[in-house]
Design a protein around this ligand. Structure first.
Ligand code: IYR
Length: 227
């Protein structure tokens, strides 16, 4: 059979026992309700207290992200944990430069109208105030070009979901920030060419009197379709 025969499957699967505890229904209900209630309280925060956060907690939350499923288990991600004031300063300066161009004309009128309820603008003080920034990078392929990665955006997106949930659950506030373009992050953080910045997540505690936009989530009837 030729190497290029598309019907060929090569299983080298070794197996281990699955660790799984079957819960009774009442416990399932209680746990899913508690989780839903806790996660519903997550909001994007833009006003951070400078109070430091325990680094080991951040590392543990990044461990959670790294447990996400990924295409062919390639785990195509890197997480850069930034706490150094000078590096944060450089990131803020570069991000604000891009954001000024965005708000001054790169964004369409419609896009700016859609952002108006969020009250965002080109100034990004949180990039220095937040005690930590987690910059998530997507690896478009392995360090060797021949090492292919699959469903990279989907995989990294799932990992970021795990990360945001873990950070929230640990009592930390986050923002998913995507200054565009984000090439400057590869340069400042000296990432290899196979990696592309995916999202920048400031992490910390909200300021004491923190206020957030009065926006609402959709009702279940708007997003759940049962067949
Ligand atoms: N990157 C800009 C603009 C922005 C875009 C979207 I889509 C948002 O949900 C929020 C902001 C900024 O961070 O201000």
């Amino acid at each position: 059979m030729s190497e290029s025969d598309e019907s060929t499957t090569i299983s080298t699967a070794e197996t281990v026992p699955l660790e799984h505890t079957r819960l009774d229904e009442a416990t399932m209900r209680a746990r899913s309700e508690a989780f839903a209630e806790r996660l519903a309280k997550r909001r994007s925060v833009r006003d951070f207290s400078p109070d430091p956060v325990p680094l080991d907690v951040l590392e543990r939350c990044i461990d959670v992200a790294a447990q996400a499923p990924s295409g062919a288990n390639k785990q195509p991600w890197s997480f850069v944990l930034v706490t150094d004031a000078e590096v944060k300063r450089q990131i803020r300066a570069a991000a604000e430069k891009e954001e000024q161009a965005f708000y001054a004309g790169r964004a369409s009128k419609k896009w700016l109208e859609d952002l108006a309820p969020l009250g965002t603008g080109p100034d990004k003080p949180f990039l220095e105030t937040a005690p930590a920034l987690i910059v998530v990078f997507a690896q478009r392929h392995g360090s060797d070009r021949g090492d292919r990665h699959y469903y990279v955006s989907e995989s990294v997106g799932i990992a970021v979901g795990f990360l945001l949930a873990a950070l929230h659950d640990a009592g930390l506030a986050t923002l998913t920030h995507t200054p565009s373009p984000m090439r400057f992050l590869s340069e400042i953080l000296e990432r290899p060419r196979n990696e592309q910045a995916y999202v920048l997540i400031p992490v910390g505690f909200p300021v004491a009197d923190c206020r957030v936009p009065a926006i609402e989530r959709k009702q279940r009837s708007e997003y759940l379709i049962k067949r």
